[in-house]
Design a binder for this molecule. Structure first.
Ligand code: UDX
Length: 440
């Protein structure tokens, strides 16, 4: 049993702390937001993550998991301090490290026992060295035995708990191998691959992994757009490609592109690092441009199908950046709705989980209670997030209540011929002619 402090109770910090507690450790999660800590102490989760609430409450009851705003209490006797705070995009995509600095300085101010500081947040290459320097300077000559280890997270929102408990690999980087090996011990119960390398390499593995996943998605979206012009079906193309073991089937779902709190931030940060250090990230720039274009292309399809968008009513199904999360950060829906409203369209929308988050930022959009209310009087319906509950809608009823039978399936959730069989004009992403030719 180890004593662990986790700084930051977002989906990375809270999941990390909870899972380490679930493995038998004594974990104190710290946040500077008293409201968030208060809610956690009442058993109320700040985020929607399958399995999280139950695991948190079990470990709080077992006396292994604690929440506080008090750094001294959180760090008392802690052998490990995980920094899991936000690293939002700053100017021109550079990662903003102010919260990492604040955490490192607080550790330097308070701790007077040997400690291993672990960067869990996604931080630019070289940040590990910088954190060591911040601590050193803050100590201002007062001795402290500490090491810095990079331990990037590979958690997906909507499956963060299961991703933590059964990782494909744990990556650790440090200038002191012994420190990395002590962190590796924390993960031993997971019986997974643990890779130990140096600080900068571990930090780069995180960025390169996310940038590659985003590249796969932009690649298949570019192929999808070609399929629409050439009459091929991108889902079949991706299936045929994926049988090649060197390619695989994952992350080849064409759609409206990638959003969320990671891919956009991490790809931009990697591009910024590249430019700052004199290399030309042409591929990353193209990957981002293709992603932006995927939203614009969806609006173009609706414009072609309806003649023009001014004074039309468009129903939007799904607001979260992907299913099984309430997170709308950089979600395709947000951008598409802004583009539609800029052309004078009236937008109605519904999401199974993200309505509370959406209500904070979407003031011109009619937020509905269910998919049918969204479709009421709509000139077109666009599926933006492929939630399970949208799979088996009552299309006969939808056709009755919509003003015009036009559907844009932004995630290829439905079968084109089935939908056309209900009398709809169906457009998908890369599905043969994708419906575009119907309107030329
Ligand atoms: C991602 C990485 O997967 C994870 O390893 C990292 O730690 C954090 O960033 P996340 O952003 O939570 O996780 O979601 P992910 O499931 O990767 O999806 C990211 C975006 O890509 C979503 O908008 C999703 O809709 C989109 N996507 C994903 C596609 O458009 N096509 C695909 O085939 C897969």
């Amino acid at each position: 049993m180890k004593k662990i402090c986790v700084v930051g109770t977002g989906y990375v910090g809270l999941v990390t702390g909870t899972c380490f507690a679930d493995m038998g450790n004594h974990v104190t999660c710290l946040d500077v937001d008293p409201v968030r800590i208060d809610h956690l102490n009442q058993g109320k989760m700040p985020i929607y993550e399958p399995g999280l609430e139950q695991t948190v409450n079990q470990n709080v009851r077992a006396g292994r998991l604690f929440f506080t705003t008090d750094y001294a209490a959180a760090l008392a006797e802690a052998e490990f301090a995980f920094i899991a705070v936000g690293t939002p995009s700053g100017n021109d995509g550079e990662a903003d490290l102010q919260y990492v600095r604040a955490a490192a300085e607080a550790i330097a101010d308070i701790v007077d026992h040997p400690i291993i500081v672990i960067n869990k947040s996604t931080v630019p290459v070289g940040t590990g060295d910088w954190v060591a320097d911040v601590i050193q300077r803050r100590r201002n000559g007062k001795p402290l035995e500490f090491s810095v280890v990079s331990n990037p997270e590979f958690l997906r929102e909507g499956s963060a708990v299961s991703d933590f408990m059964s990782p494909d690999r744990v990556v650790l980087g440090s200038l002191e191998r012994e420190a990395a090996e002590k962190v590796a011990e924390l993960y031993r119960p997971l019986r997974c691959t643990v890779m130990i390398t140096d600080l900068r390499t571990a930090e780069m593995i995180k960025y390169a992994s996310n940038a590659f996943l985003a590249t796969r998605i932009s690649f298949i979206n570019e192929i999808a757009n070609m399929c629409e012009e050439l009459g091929a079906d991108v889902r079949e193309v991706a299936l045929g490609m994926g049988y090649d073991k060197r390619i695989g089937h994952a992350f080849l779902d064409a759609g409206l592109g990638w959003g969320g709190s990671c891919f956009p931030k991490d790809v931009k940060a990697l591009e910024h690092m590249a430019v700052l250090h004199g290399t030309q990230p042409q591929l990353l720039q193209a990957v981002m441009e293709i992603n932006r274009n995927q939203r614009r292309r969806a609006v173009m399809k609706l414009r072609k199908a309806l003649g023009n968008l001014n004074e039309t009513t468009i129903g939007v199904l799904g607001l979260s950046f992907k299913p099984n999360t309430d997170d709308i950060r950089e979600a395709a829906a947000i951008e598409i709705i802004h583009l539609l409203q800029n052309e004078g369209a009236h937008v109605r929308a519904y999401d199974p989980q993200a309505m509370e988050n959406a209500s904070k930022v979407m003031h011109q959009t009619v937020l509905c209670e269910n998919p049918y209310e969204v479709a009421e009087g709509a000139d077109a319906l666009i599926l933006v997030t492929e939630w399970n509950e949208f799979k088996q809608l009552d299309f006969t009823h939808l056709k009755e209540i919509m003003k015009r039978p036009v559907i844009l399936d932004g995630r290829n959730l439905w079968d084109p011929e089935t939908i056309r069989g209900f009398g709809f004009t169906y457009m998908g992403i890369g599905r043969g002619n994708g419906g575009l030719k119907d309107f030329e």
